[in-house]
Ligand binder design. Structure first.
Ligand SMILES: Nc1nc2c(ncn2[C@@H]2O[C@H](COP(=O)(O)OP(=O)(O)OP(=O)(O)O)[C@@H](O)[C@H]2O)c(=O)[nH]1
Ligand SMILES: [Mg+2]
Length: 213
């Protein structure tokens, strides 16, 4: 079982590296957006992409089923493309190759990939990204870094969304940040409310900076 798993990871990594190389060559910066179901990944992307006006952006939406998020993004004028995994709890590089082959040629901009809502499996598979952006939210609770360490360990930046709900939820911010710092001292943390766009400016600035590197 271990050997099979290792070979699946190795083949995925090889294909992900090809995607990464190819898109880098076209000036496309790839952001793997990870987080639990309902944390606000799509809402954060809507606010972030609006803030990035002037930079071409595309979204690949990963869901087990439905195209609700893709429809929403398209209705807002954001070019979004849907992957339905039909049950798989994470995206992988072959799924990325399949959707990229159906998309128009993209160049010079940022490709966001909203992974399946899940704090576990998506953290294990690279899909061609330059950075991983983790979205979590106040109602999920401040203990998440302790319970799901891998996703926080691998994050380049972490968004704490739904800060408007702080007064209603016993979210211990110090405990949350301490958990993140013990796993990942370098990740940037952004406190935002995607709903009213509080805090989104710093996230937009970070995105512009890493994209420009
Ligand atoms: N109060 C509040 N609600 C929010 C905020 N951001 C998102 N929501 C709500 O949270 C719910 C889930 O938001 P989505 O953006 O769809 O979350 P998601 O992570 O993309 O969800 P999945 O794709 O299903 O995993 C929606 O009802 C949003 O309106 C916020 O900052 N504050
Ligand atoms: Mg979504």
């Amino acid at each position: 079982l271990i050997e099979i798993k290792e070979s699946i990871y190795a083949e995925n990594d090889r294909q992900a590296f090809e995607i990464h190389k190819r898109l880098s060559g076209k000036g496309v910066f790839v952001v793997n957006v990870l987080g639990g179901a309902g944390a606000g990944k799509t809402s954060t992307l809507i606010a972030l992409i609006k803030g990035l006006s002037g930079i071409a952006s595309w979204v690949i939406e990963g869901d087990i089923a439905s195209d609700i998020d893709t429809e929403k993004l398209n209705s807002l004028g954001i070019n979004a493309y849907q992957i339905n995994t039909g049950g798989n709890c994470h995206l992988n590089a072959p799924m990325m190759e399949a959707i990229l082959s159906k998309m128009p040629d993209i160049q010079n901009g940022i490709l966001f990939i909203e992974n399946i809502g899940n704090m576990v499996c998506p953290a294990e598979f690279v899909i061609g990204e330059h950075v991983k952006l983790v979205v979590c939210s106040v109602p999920e609770g401040s203990d998440k870094p302790y319970k799901y360490p891998t996703i926080f360990q691998k994050a380049d930046a972490i968004v704490l969304n739904k800060i408007d709900l702080m007064p209603y939820i016993d979210f211990d911010e110090d405990f949350f940040l301490k958990g993140i710092r013990s796993l990942n001292p370098d990740a940037r943390v952004f406190k935002i409310c995607a709903k009213d766009k509080t805090g989104i400016g710093d996230l937009v600035d970070w995105m512009k900076r890493v994209n420009g590197k």
